[in-house]
Design a protein around this ligand. Structure first.
Ligand code: TYD
Length: 236
């Protein structure tokens, strides 16, 4: 496999073509963004930690029967993944109230959500990722109805697997965001799963171990990501 030209540079990752049109190289940079890209900083080691974290989680989910884009780790900052057509919608599951849910509905931060709450957001920084529903997604052609049903089902399957993985390591999976795409017509999990796109709290102390440390200027961002990685057994 040969790495070719850069196809796309997002806020924290870049995508490169390969000599096989079915595969691309995902390159995790140290850039860390918050507030729809308004704040961007370099955090030493973040690219490497997130690449290895994502590889571990995607492999774990694949082994549990969830279709993902992940093929293999290439080096410290890069992974080989399937070349998907991304669906421009984010799937969020919340087990505990925090973040925008608290701001929007005035519920108490830290409240346990039974059953968990599911939300869709449109991927659009200029519009600040507005919340949308199944009707918007179908009507505006962002995804077919059957694929929306599939994304939702897979997002809940991921919840069952990862809630347990983190709970067994003494952490609460508060919420997380997933992105899906189409590969040869099938809905598969893509983008990344790392502490950049989820909330994780220590189960005993409720210490934040995720990107909220960056958003809220709490410091120790990468140290927290590494602690999570070490607790669930990600080889760093
Ligand atoms: P949410 O509370 O809606 O947003 P905010 O981070 O602005 O308070 O986010 C829920 C979870 O999904 C949280 O772990 C962050 C993640 N997420 C992203 O990573 N990117 C996004 O664009 C959105 C909307 C959420």
């Amino acid at each position: 496999m040969e790495k070719r030209q850069e196809l796309y540079a997002g806020k924290a990752k870049s995508v490169f073509a390969t000599d096989d049109s079915d595969y691309v190289v995902l390159s995790f940079r140290d850039d860390t963004s918050a507030f729809d890209g308004e704040r961007i900083e370099q955090l030493n080691r973040k690219g490497e930690v997130n690449n290895k974290f994502n590889a571990f989680i995607m492999q774990y989910l694949s082994d549990a029967g969830i279709p993902t884009h992940f093929e293999k780790l290439l080096n410290a900052n890069e992974s080989l993944v399937k070349n998907m057509k991304m669906i421009p919608v984010e799937c969020v599951v919340r087990n505990v109230a925090s973040g925008s849910l608290v701001r929007r509905l005035g519920v108490e931060d830290g409240m346990e959500l039974t059953p968990p709450v599911f939300e869709f957001f449109l991927k659009n920084d200029a519009l600040h990722d507005p919340m949308v529903n199944e009707y918007h997604i179908e009507t505006f052609g962002w995804a077919k109805a059957e694929d929306v049903t599939k994304m939702k089902a897979l997002t809940f399957e991921v919840n069952a697997k990862l809630k347990k993985l983190f709970a067994d390591a003494g952490m609460i999976l508060v919420d997380y965001k997933l992105e899906f795409g189409l590969f040869k017509g099938e809905v598969i999990l893509g983008d990344e799963f790392s502490p950049d796109g989820c909330r994780l709290w220590d189960a005993q102390t409720r210490k934040k171990l995720d990107k909220d440390r960056f958003r809220q200027g709490l410091g120790g961002v990468i140290e927290a990501y590494e602690e999570v990685a070490q607790r669930i057994g990600v080889p760093l």
